[in-house]
Design a protein around this ligand. Structure first.
Ligand code: AMP
Ligand code: MG
Length: 398
């Protein structure tokens, strides 16, 4: 039974194993910059209020809002990194810089651009409201509030939040080990000189790159030959890892024996066919307590099926929440049609501002150069047959 694209995607999100934070070796401490791109396994709390004091958001004058408009006496100055000793009374103003604490008594800051200064007096023609240009103490985070939540992948903003609260070291999930098992009698190592009828093992490389990007550690195993013993032996090794990803051998050919070997290993299959192209015969299941994906071997099929199915499994295993597919909509620069029934993923180029997309000419699922020339996949929904130039179509970023 073939699932639709969305059914298969939902199956992965529902079935894929999550990292277990209670496993004794699930996490490790890392210094902040080493943790970039990793998934944090603890909730990190604010060590004090943020901002820690009422902070001026502008260069200007700290005032009593109720005094304005009016003319005020300047009684002093406060810069970032200092505090003003004393308090501001009605009729008074303190010159203040961005980032400085708002002096006691003052309840608003007026931008310097809206003032006229004469010696030690300042004229302000506009009115003001209490709180104008002031970030009140604790508005960004109260002491002990969570600033970075367990399961968050650490990008530059999360790293900044950790530095803000004084964390130099954080606990992150270890990366899951993802076995990559290429299959095929015609496949030779990428460093070998192939015979005219042989093909270099490019899938191990695209998969390893995709595993890295998803937060896993790729473990590239030797090429399984299209016979029972070789495939069985390599699956034995593959299933020692946290996840196993196979390429090739899942179509209907006479020597496509991946599913047979998996079945003999006691595998449960969650799906073994999805109504997509490329990648229709894609397999997802579990054996010996580990999960596996059997991805069709055509390079575009392998790449697409990893991206839309296996990637989420690697992310979940690495402790992250399931990231949404990076889908957006863009206007087609030319007409596009396909045969309905399958959701199609085709190499395409999204322009720099993300507004238009151009399908890349290509020659089927083996066309690696076309993939290398493109920066995205155009996604043609299964239900629809044609799109006119200028119409919106979905695009999967990669
Ligand atoms: P299969 O899914 O095994 O029927 O393979 C489909 C096509 O993908 C064949 O033309 C294979 O030569 C090609 N292919 C399979 N595995 C790889 C690989 N590891 N690297 C590059 N191409 C491959
Ligand atoms: Mg094959």
């Amino acid at each position: 039974m073939a699932l639709t694209f969305l059914e298969a995607r939902a199956t992965v999100l529902q079935r894929a194993r999550r990292a277990d934070p209670n496993h004794p070796h699930a996490t490790e401490p890392l210094r902040l910059l080493q943790a970039l791109g990793r998934v944090i396994s603890e909730n990190v709390l604010a060590d004090r209020d943020y901002p820690p004091f009422a902070r001026s958001a502008r260069d200007g004058f700290a005032v009593h809002a109720a005094d304005l408009p009016g003319e005020l006496a300047i009684i002093g100055e406060v810069r970032a990194g200092q505090t003003f000793e004393g308090s501001v009374k009605s009729g008074e103003a303190v010159e203040i810089m961005t980032g400085a604490p708002v002096p006691e008594g003052a309840d608003a800051v007026v931008m310097v651009e809206h003032t006229e200064r004469r010696a030690d007096r300042v004229r302000i023609l506009q009115g003001a409201q209490p709180g104008d240009n002031v970030s009140a103490k604790g508005v960004e985070a109260r002491q002990d509030a969570t600033v970075v939540e367990a399961g968050e992948r650490l990008g530059s903003a999360q790293i900044a939040a950790l530095a803000m609260v004084g964390r130099e070291c954080v606990e992150v999930y270890r990366k899951p080990r993802v076995a990559i098992v290429p299959t095929g009698d015609e496949i030779v190592s990428a460093s070998e000189r192939p015979e005219p009828f042989q093909i270099r093992n490019s899938n191990a490389f695209s998969l390893a790159a995709q595993v890295e990007r998803a937060g896993g550690t790729p473990v590239i195993l030797p090429i399984a030959r299209d016979n029972y013993e070789s495939t069985h032996w390599l699956m034995d090794r593959g299933l020692e890892n946290d996840l196993m990803v196979l390429s090739g051998g899942v179509s209907a050919g006479k020597y496509d024996i991946v599913e047979k070997v998996l079945a003999d290993l006691g595998a449960e299959f969650y799906f073994d066919r999805v109504r997509i192209q490329p990648g229709q015969p894609v397999v997802f299941g579990a054996a010996r307590g580990k999960q596996f994906f059997g991805l069709p071997g055509n390079p575009a099929s392998t790449m697409v099926t990893f991206e839309v199915f296996a990637r989420a499994a690697v992310e979940l295993l690495s402790g992250a929440k399931a990231a949404p597919l990076p889908l957006l909509r863009a206007k087609l620069t030319r007409e596009f049609r396909h045969k309905p029934g399958l959701t199609r993923f085709l190499p395409a180029n999204l322009n720099a501002d993300g507004s238009t997309v151009t399908p890349e000419p290509w020659h089927g699922s083996g066309d690696i150069p076309a993939l290398a020339r493109s920066n995205a996949f155009l996604v043609a929904e299964a239900e629809r047959e044609s799109w006119a130039a200028g119409e919106d179509i979905r695009v999967l970023m990669r």
